[in-house]
Design a protein around this ligand. Structure first.
Ligand SMILES: O=C(O)CCCC[C@@H]1SC[C@@H]2NC(=O)N[C@@H]21
Ligand code: NA
Length: 623
């Protein structure tokens, strides 16, 4: 990269960036020195379970909206067109199902870690497997999230790479270790605002410089970057309505339904209704985030497609190209490049801090506390802080390996979510919707599911199928002297590559199908092994761990038919309704909490789950 072309920062840019880091540390310190001063794991890991839905919902978005999306989505739109925007259709079911299926089950059991559910439904072994799989997924994800902004900036602006990685990792470890979940949620709120502001600034300036909205639209349209509804059912086609709109639902469920980072936020809400509300509030903000990053890609396209930038962009990856375009657009507007860099690092910090805190929580709750039940609160909290700090170091190490991964960080991250998050989603679905599933089936299903997912994932990388060439970087549109445009080499545009066959076809499955494919593999294998090794009987299933899916789906049938049809009559019904649990103080895994008097049940599912959770507490304390 010849230095003459590097974009440089003014003092004001550095001030804006430093201000962002300072505010984040300030919020962390404030939460460390206020409230209960982070003296109990209940406060440090669960924010005292008194959070309001607004900060929780902003934190839910921030957790899985990092620099990967801020850089990766515009690069995707610039190169392949707006097909990726259809992933927004997956947000509907991708948030409704967590709100009405996963949150009720998790919330009423008042868990701290989502993987406690797996022990209650299956066994301790299944819980450990789930926890280790989650840790593996988040450590890799964190590495990519730390590395992406630092690498992209270093390429374009000469920003010191490892100094930036170190600064990001240390600032994040500091406020996460000091302020716990409360600090993470409140810094997420601040950082999400900065994230939106940064993207908006780039779009406003970019549209204005490109000659207005209609000009941007015309160039995008002529450069065939406005993709129509592609209903091609072929699962090997990278992005179609099906891979994004349907495959994307499973990706969303693996993140917003069963991922510890999100479940912990639901559980930190003051009431279940508050948690459901925070899940609903994610929808508009997530659509806005998606729209901003897609429009940013179109603005970049409108500004650069006519000119040939291969001399400047030569060695750039598509992701670094986004930074180049933004720095080029914002040159001469002091403070805006700093705002965009602050936006990138806000996105990274809010994701990494959520990952740190959720990793510390599950390590504490699932791997340490069960072996040291008598550990004092003070020691447990100190250990949680040490864990958060040590995960910071692991993440820096992971950042080092990131640059060995593929060209598009967005695709790498989504593939990882599919390969690792998909099987874990299958494990939870097996437990919640299939009462016959037993722990042998669960472990077997997960092992087979992970093996198949890595077989496909690694197979696709090794045999990189020469998929249809992406549109040429200079957009395949040539600006003619009389300012009209013509499609470049039309012959290329409709060439059809030979279709992959057999195993090759298996390896060329779109990465957007990994979540769904792996989820179904785990469920199928899990059920087969369960039936072979003796399915569970309904009286053995811990109450509150089954979601009566069949009864919910057959809601239109009269009650007596439903009871006959649905093999699992909810255990809650065997409890007579007047049998109320007296309010009790229950110790569970060292988390003291008030076992609320189950209120008047809205419907029988409600009463079934309420009684079940009371029974579960008995079970847990008896253990
Ligand atoms: O940005 C990242 O760090 C992860 C990439 C996006 C993850 C998924 S994509 C669908 C959903 N929408 C988001 O903003 N994040 C998740
Ligand atoms: Na983020």
């Amino acid at each position: 990269m010849d230095p003459s072309n590097q974009k440089h920062f003014t003092v004001l840019d550095y001030v804006v960036f430093a201000f962002l880091l300072a505010v984040s540390i300030g919020i962390g310190l404030y939460n460390a020195l206020s409230g209960g001063r982070q003296r109990t794991t209940q406060e440090f890991l669960m924010a005292d379970r008194r959070m309001h839905c607004v900060p929780v919902s902003l934190s839910l978005i921030a957790s899985f909206q990092s620099a990967v999306a801020i850089i990766g989505v515009p690069a995707e739109i610039y190169t392949h067109g707006t097909q990726y925007w259809f992933i927004g259709c997956a947000y509907i079911l991708g948030l409704l199902i967590p709100a009405h299926v996963f949150i009720p089950v998790f919330y009423r059991m008042r868990l701290s870690s989502a993987y406690q559910y797996l022990e209650l439904r299956f066994s301790k072994t299944v819980r450990i497997c789930g926890t280790l799989t989650f840790i593996f997924q988040m450590v890799i994800y964190m590495g990519v999230c730390v590395y992406t902004p630092a690498f992209a900036l270093n390429t374009v602006t000469g920003f010191e790479l490892w100094g930036t990685v170190l600064a990001t990792g240390l600032v994040c470890t500091l406020y996460t270790t000091l302020g716990g979940l409360k600090a993470v949620i409140w810094t997420d709120v601040f950082q999400t605002v900065v994230m939106f502001a940064g993207q908006l600034a780039v779009i406003v300036v970019g549209v204005q410089q490109a000659g207005g909205v209609s000009e941007v639209w015309r160039k995008a349209w002529e450069g065939n970057r406005i993709s129509g509804l592609d209903l091609n059912p072929d699962p090997t086609v990278r992005h179609t309505f099906w891979t994004l709109g349907v495959g994307g639902v499973f990706l969303m469920l693996s993140l917003y339904g069963v991922n510890q980072a999100q479940v912990q936020r639901y559980l930190s809400s003051r009431t279940e209704k508050e948690a459901v509300r925070s899940c609903y509030m994610v929808f508009p903000s997530l659509q806005l985030a998606l729209a901003l990053s897609c429009v940013m890609g179109l603005v970049m396209f409108a500004r650069y497609c006519g000119e040939d930038h291969s001399d400047k962009l030569g060695t750039y990856t598509r992701d670094a190209m986004v930074i180049y375009f933004v720095m080029d657009m914002l040159q001469g507007l002091p403070g805006l490049p700093g705002l965009f860099v602050a936006c990138l690092f806000s996105a990274a910090l809010s994701t990494i801090s959520s990952a740190f805190n959720s990793l510390a929580t599950v390590t504490m709750e699932d791997l340490i506390k069960p072996h040291f039940p008598l550990m004092s609160e003070a020691r447990a909290t100190l250990l949680s802080k040490a864990l958060a700090a040590s995960y910071g170091l692991v993440c820096l190490a992971m950042a080092f390996f990131t640059h060995l991964m593929g060209d598009s960080v967005l695709q790498v991250v989504l593939a990882i979510f599919g390969m690792v998050g998909g099987p874990v989603l299958g494990l939870f679905c097996l437990g919640m919707f299939f009462p016959w599933a037993n722990s042998t089936g669960a472990v077997g299903g997960l092992v087979v599911g992970l093996s198949v997912s890595f077989w496909v994932g690694i197979g696709s990388i090794v045999t990189r199928w020469p998929g249809p060439r992406p549109h040429l970087p200079n957009c395949g549109v040539i600006l003619l002297p009389d300012n009209t445009t013509t499609a470049a080499n039309p012959a290329l545009s409709n060439v059809t590559l030979s279709q992959p066959t057999g195993l090759q076809r298996f390896y060329s499955l779109s990465y957007m199908w990994y979540s769904a494919f792996n989820c179904f593999t785990v469920i199928l294998i899990g059920l087969i092994i369960s039936f072979l090794t003796g399915p569970m009987k309904e009286e053995d299933v811990t109450p509150g761990t089954i979601y009566p899916l069949l009864r919910k789906l057959l809601f239109f049938l009269p009650d007596h038919l439903k009871k006959k049809l649905c093999c699992v009559t909810p255990l809650g019904q065997t409890h007579s309704s007047e049998q109320r649990q007296p309010p009790q103080h229950k110790e569970m895994n060292g988390l003291a909490f008030q076992q609320e008097e189950p209120g008047p049940a809205q419907d029988e599912t409600e009463s079934f789950l309420l009684h079940a959770s009371a029974a579960f507490v008995e079970h847990e304390t008896a253990v």
